[in-house]
Design a protein around this ligand. Structure first.
Ligand code: SF4
Ligand code: ZN
Length: 307
């Protein structure tokens, strides 16, 4: 198998691009894909201070490496989730990456700083671990981003992640989540933009990027991901991709280009319709105030790694 660019020995084939790449051209390809995503969705400016949520996995570390190569001012943020050995080794990978590159890194340990870890939070709130984890991470991300005055918060969600979430939301027509499923969420309430620069790269590509770039990362899956329905959606999309290369990227990117606008304000409109309908319906007596913690888990909040 030969590299499409230089005809040297290729290390990966990418059927959806009808191309094979050697190590050097794979790195170039991945960086260019990130650059294109940033440009197309207007995610970052050259002068931005970018806070990157890093988990120790391939995606977030690849993202940090690529953004450094593209010249952005980056700062890593690692949240210690307290998930046994998995968290211990994930933290080690992040620290090693940061120290090798002299990258700025902020660490927040949930147990030490907030008095709970993810297994305890999940048990206490009766949420799924991933739901409790997602909420906790978002809270920490927002706090650190606000305190540090960052312009953008970048996460390592890749094409597989985003296409799987999109499939889940479409299967249930969860329009209030579809409107927010964008790779760029604008700044609001003093919080920075939220961006996902890896949406043009699959997890196979980010794994290959790390291997070629010499980035060591956590290869174990989080033990709490068991039963995560997104894993099934990813498998389904991978089956389709094998039969029809390019379908996954088309599904997600065409949604962004052609359809996401249809769902603008869908959540608000839905709430308004719901409110009008409720005016005529007598309220059932409530025993206690409904707890936000017991609401169903929206698909877009469900388990993904904290990248
Ligand atoms: S799978 Fe990801 S989101 Fe779920 S608990 Fe583990 S780290 Fe958190
Ligand atoms: Zn090459």
């Amino acid at each position: 198998m030969k590299c499409t660019v230089c005809k040297g020995s290729a290390v990966i084939d990418l059927p959806r691009h009808n191309a094979n790449f050697c190590g050097e051209h794979l790195l170039e390809f991945c960086r260019r894909q990130v650059e294109r995503a940033i440009d197309e969705f207007d995610m970052l400016c050259e002068t931005d201070q970018v806070l990157i949520a890093v988990s120790g996995g391939k995606d977030s570390l690849a993202l940090w490496d690529v953004l450094d190569h593209l010249g952005y001012r980056t700062h890593g943020l690692y949240v210690g989730l307290g998930i046994g050995d998995y968290s211990d080794t994930s933290g080690d990978f992040v620290r090693r990456f940061a120290s090798q590159r002299e990258g700025a890194l902020t660490e927040v340990d949930l147990l030490a700083e907030h008095g709970y870890d993810i297994p305890a939070a999940a048990a206490h709130t009766r949420r799924s671990p991933c739901s409790a984890c997602g909420l906790s991470k978002r809270h920490v991300f927002d706090r650190v981003a606000l305190q540090g005055g960052f312009d953008a918060l970048a996460t390592g969600h890749n094409l597989d992640d985003e296409a799987a979430v999109l499939l889940g939301n479409v299967l249930r027509w969860q329009i209030e989540y579809l409107e927010r499923q964008r790779p760029l969420l604008p700044a609001r309430n003093g919080l920075p933009r939220k961006v996902k620069p890896l949406v043009r790269l699959t997890e196979r590509e980010t794994a290959a990027y790390c291997i070629v770039a010499g980035i060591e990362y956590q290869v174990e899956e989080c033990p709490m991901a068991v039963g995560n329905r997104h894993l099934a959606y990813k498998e389904t999309l991978n089956d389709i991709e094998v039969r029809s290369p390019g379908s996954k990227a088309d599904f997600y990117l065409s949604f962004q280009r052609r359809a996401v606008g249809f769902f603008a304000d869908a959540g608000t409109r839905g709430v308004r319709r719901w409110s009008s309908a409720m005016v005529a319906v007598p309220r059932a007596p409530q025993r206690s105030a409904p707890s936000a913690d017991l609401s169903p888990t929206p698909v877009h909040q469900a388990p993904r790694h904290p990248r």
